[in-house]
Write a protein of this length. Structure first.
Length: 374
């Protein structure tokens, strides 16, 4: 019998999505085949400390019935630099890392850069794709450069004078509009503004989470989601739809109130399905993503003037989508014929394949330069 692959399951993190990550990690641990994988859970605290999560590991080894709704962030501290090491007492010698850390300091290329330096395969997009897709300002710029249809928006920076920004938003977007931090997910820090007073409060809130923010026009339309898997070329899943129970698909709507409806498959025509799946692949490639992402859209069927709408508008790409029991990404792939355990198998395979490709190119020099330093 072949030895089990050692999977480091990374969860928690420093962002406002810390608790979502704890739930995602349990769902992933439940789905990873125990005959194929030895799961080593490592938690990151809100202040950035890395912990070898003994309680979570004991629950995993006790079987699915022993798993809690969310893993605790506890255990013995280990240095982040111990990943991939084999020669010290705190070494985390693993075959692959499954980072399920949503938001900043996990989904933005920082952890990915650490794992690249450690020479360890990891699931998900690389440094470039993670950084571009996490930053809504840079992501929108990538969409524009690739000719993708998007909502009108205005970039904001904390150091810029507020009155001119407010006037520009009113002039170019009007009310209502939304304001969101550039580097955040799960609708954290997002507000809807209906007048100047609410707009100023929304800007203050968004910029309390990040130095950059984005104001966007409010779209009267449906919220559509598509999963993407692999790359070159990427595969796309069935199409899903979110019907918010709140004024918009807020954090509370997603994780606390349970009032949103998740429709999978979405009630769209065959033509709409083909269009949005194609756009999802192009948005994924525009951000240089790899392995997995969920691409979110607005479907504007009617404009504010009652005339024909603009159709599908790309909203954003999420490189570490939720893996909780209610999350759309695994649901859409299950609907597409790839059950949760098989989805994780595929993601691990993609991680190993990419690592092998990158390793073949690492450290290559022009032959005439030789191996010396000069």
């Amino acid at each position: 019998m072949a030895p089990r692959m050692r999977v480091l399951l990374l969860y928690g993190g420093r962002s406002a999505e810390h608790d979502v990550s704890r739930v995602s990690a349990v769902a992933a641990a439940r789905a990873l085949d125990p005959t194929r994988y030895e799961v080593i859970p490592v938690a990151i605290t809100r202040d950035g400390r890395w912990l070898l999560a003994g309680g979570a590991r004991a629950a995993i080894e006790a079987g699915p019935d022993a798993l809690p709704p969310a893993f605790e962030v506890e255990g013995d501290e280990v240095p982040a630099t111990s990943i991939g090491a084999t020669t010290n007492a705190t070494a985390l010698d693993v075959d692959v890392v499954l980072p399920l850390i949503h938001g900043p300091y996990g989904e933005d290329g920082t952890v990915q850069g650490l794992l690249e330096l450690a020479g360890v395969p990891y699931v998900g997009s690389g440094v470039v794709g993670s950084a571009v897709a996490m930053d809504k300002v840079m992501m929108k710029r990538a969409f524009v450069a690739c000719g993708l249809p998007i909502a009108r928006s205005v970039e904001l920076r904390d150091s810029h004078a507020r009155p001119p920004l407010v006037e520009r938003i009113e002039r170019e977007l009007g009310y209502p509009c939304f304001v969101k931090p550039a580097n955040m997910g799960s609708s954290v820090g997002v507000s809807k503004a209906r007048d100047r007073e609410e707009l100023q409060a929304a800007i203050d809130l968004a910029l309390s989470y990040d130095e950059w923010a984005l104001a966007e026009e409010a779209i009267v339309g449906r919220e559509i989601e598509v999963g993407v898997l692999g790359d070159d070329p990427p595969e796309v899943s069935e199409v899903g739809e979110i019907v918010p129970g709140d004024d918009f698909y807020s954090y509370a709507d997603k994780y606390e109130l349970g009032t949103a409806q998740l429709l999978a498959p979405a009630p769209v025509t065959d033509e709409q399905r083909a269009v949005v799946r194609s756009l999802a692949a192009h948005a994924f490639e525009a951000c240089r993503c790899e392995a997995m992402a969920r691409v979110d859209f607005f479907l504007e069927e009617r404009g504010r003037d009652g005339g024909p709408g603009r159709g599908f508008l790309v909203n954003e790409v999420n490189t570490i989508p939720g893996f909780t029991p209610i999350s759309m990404y695994p649901r859409l792939w299950a609907l597409s014929g790839l059950a949760y355990p098989k989805l994780l198998d595929r993601l691990v395979e993609l991680a190993l394949d990419r690592h092998a490709r990158r390793t073949r190119r690492a450290g290559r020099q022009r032959p005439e330069l030789g191996g010396g330093t000069g």
